[in-house]
Design a binder for this molecule. Structure first.
Ligand SMILES: NC(=O)c1ccc[n+]([C@@H]2O[C@H](COP(=O)([O-])OP(=O)(O)OC[C@H]3O[C@@H](n4cnc5c(N)ncnc54)[C@H](OP(=O)(O)O)[C@@H]3O)[C@@H](O)[C@H]2O)c1
Length: 251
């Protein structure tokens, strides 16, 4: 039996891994939640949409004869990651997470760390300011209790419904972003506060570096807690893990 991977995707890391896996001539499927209109094209077969909870994921793993699961989702996609741990445990399948280290504050950073989205909303309970809100479309409604601010939003797709915030400007753009461009953007919009998830990695770091250079405060949302699992940092390390587990499993 040859290995057959399920890569839980939606990140640049997952796309890089799909390329590494395809280049190595291995079998695999990349899965997307279906949150964006045009997911980045993958060099492996892809599927789109939720599995239907842990039970649905288990059925998918069995139906597709998946031998290994790689969780390469975004660090804030906690539910999917929890489901991956539960389903692979139940089926006794090997799981690894392809992760990126969290950002840590550097000299000059003015971070106000909060535990979650609700913490960021609370931190914005203050007089009107010009805010760059880089948290993704799914969480915008949470900020409705603070309509006094101007919000600069950067979204992957144009919004299809009315935004839950009265004073916004929307930029439709997909990363990676550059510090010089984000700095120019912040100055152009006279941004006073940046709100960001602690995504880690390089693609979204530009706004953090730009905020540091412009001496702007950042409301930094900590990562959600995840269950224990094996983690690696690079696609190559995933292949090494695969080789080890295949030997162990006799795959
Ligand atoms: N959260 C972020 O800030 C962020 C940023 C960039 C990219 N993304 C990507 O966007 C996707 C959704 O993020 P989220 O925060 O909404 O996730 P989430 O809260 O952890 O997941 C909610 C549900 O969406 C489905 N789902 C999530 N990722 C999936 C995948 N790769 N393939 C198939 N189904 C998936 C699952 O549905 P079922 O229970 O029905 O299986 C899951 O229970 C993730 O794949 C993530 O990598 C997220």
């Amino acid at each position: 039996m040859t290995p057959n991977l399920l890569i839980l995707g939606g990140t640049t890391e997952a796309t890089a891994l799909a390329k590494t896996v395809a280049d190595a001539g291995l079998r695999g499927i990349v899965s997307f939640a279906g949150r964006v209109d045009r997911p980045v094209r993958q060099p492996l077969p892809q599927r789109i949409g939720g599995f239907g909870g842990v039970a649905g994921l288990m059925s998918f793993l069995k139906d597709q004869s998946i031998t290994h699961v790689v969780d390469a989702t975004h660090p804030f996609a906690a539910q999917m990651s929890r489901h991956a741990v539960a389903a692979t445990k139940a089926l006794d399948l090997p799981l690894v997470a392809l992760t990126r280290p969290a950002w840590v504050p550097q000299t000059g950073d003015i971070w106000h760390s909060v535990a979650d989205i609700a913490g960021a909303v609370e931190a914005l309970q203050r007089p009107a300011a010009r805010v760059m809100l880089a948290v993704g479309r799914m969480h915008l409604a949470a900020f409705a209790p603070n309509p006094q601010h101007f919000y600069l939003l950067r979204l992957v797709d144009p919004p299809k419904t009315a935004l839950p915030l009265p004073r916004t400007e929307v930029l439709v753009s997909r990363g990676p972003f550059r510090e010089a461009e984000d700095s120019a953007l912040m100055q152009h919009h006279r941004i006073e506060i940046v709100v960001s998830k602690n995504a880690g990695g390089t693609g979204a770091y530009a706004k953090i570096a730009a905020a540091r250079a412009l001496k702007l405060p950042v409301i930094m949302i900590d990562r959600p807690a995840l269950p224990d699992r094996m983690e690696v940092a690079t696609p190559k390390a995933v292949l090494r893990w695969l080789a080890h587990t295949c030997t162990d499993l006799g795959v």
